[in-house]
Design a protein around this ligand. Structure first.
Ligand code: NDP
Length: 257
């Protein structure tokens, strides 16, 4: 039986280590037969990714450097991807950043620079990446980003990142409209709290995770593999009728008042 993503070239952005949501996604995409292309920023993440791929016997087509804060870097990365594989069928955007000291206390204390930085890396980057990827997605496909409930509700301490995620989710809808005519779908997964390197920067992580166990319909937290499978679904043809959507993978927590 042919696998869901057999022969499809998928770009994964945002594996920092084994705990990264993008690593859970990588495993799901690999199991579905995808050809994987990775982008990363820091040398440290590059080294971790190479080791992880080796350990799990996953073969990457190649890894290319990409700093989403820089338009040239994005363009160069996608030029290289275009030269090497020609067509891209999917992009996983799993990238965000905010200053740690703005992820605690009052949102009202957010600095102008801190606000702009969070927006730039966590929301605008999806716009810039979509523009570059579109040129290579000539057969259509799916772009999927990662968001969090702090965009819809006030989650204490999530602050400037919650506002960036609101902007990200609105971008998903506007980009979905733009890309639809090219057969490209744009969606987001809204994951429950998962202990990752980035999550360490968010204050009161334990409280956020405990409340899920207490109140969510499934009475447990989700993990990277569950987010991976939902992302795989949205990237794949199984979700061919879905675009502009935010799919919650959070044990149902978002429905509870
Ligand atoms: P990780 O720290 O594992 O991943 C974050 C990634 O963002 C890293 O790979 C990092 O690359 C990358 N990144 C940051 N700045 C840049 C940049 N300028 N250019 C390119 N890449 C950059 O954390 P998560 O897996 O938790 O985060 C992935 C996504 O999931 C984020 O959007 C996050 O907001 C979202 N999310 C996380 C939740 C959680 O509870 N963990 C819940 C819901 C959503 P590098 O290491 O090279 O700097």
């Amino acid at each position: 039986m042919t696998k869901l993503l057999e022969g499809k070239n998928i770009v994964v952005m945002g594996v920092a280590n084994e705990r990264s949501i993008a690593w859970g996604i990588t495993k799901s995409l690999h199991n579905a037969g995808a050809n994987l292309i990775f982008t990363n920023r820091q040398e440290r993440s590059y080294q971790k990714l190479v080791k992880l791929l080796d350990k799990h016997e996953i073969e990457a087509k190649f890894i290319v450097s990409c700093d989403v804060a820089n338009d040239e870097s994005i363009q160069q990365a996608f030029n290289e991807i275009g030269e090497k594989v020609g067509v891209v069928h999917g992009v996983v955007h799993s990238v965000a950043f905010a200053n740690r000291d703005e992820l605690q206390g009052e949102y009202a204390n957010t600095s102008r620079d801190g606000f702009l930085l969070a927006q730039e890396i966590s929301a605008y980057s999806l716009v810039a990446v979509t523009k570059a990827a579109k040129e290579l997605m000539t057969e259509g496909g799916g772009i999927v980003t990662q968001t969090y409930l702090g965009s819809e509700r006030v989650i204490p301490g999530y602050n400037v990142m919650g506002v960036a995620k609101a902007s990200l989710e609105a971008s998903v809808r506007y980009l979905a409209e733009d890309m639809g005519k090219y057969g490209i779908r744009v969606n987001a997964v809204s994951a429950g709290p998962i202990r990752t390197l980035s999550a360490k920067g968010v204050s009161n992580f334990n409280e956020k995770a405990n409340v899920i166990v207490e109140k969510a319909p499934l009475r447990r937290n989700v993990d990277q593999d569950e987010v991976g499978d939902a992302t795989l679904f949205l990237v794949s043809e199984m979700a061919r009728g879905i675009t502009g959507e935010v799919l919650h993978v959070d044990s149902g927590f978002h429905i509870i008042g």
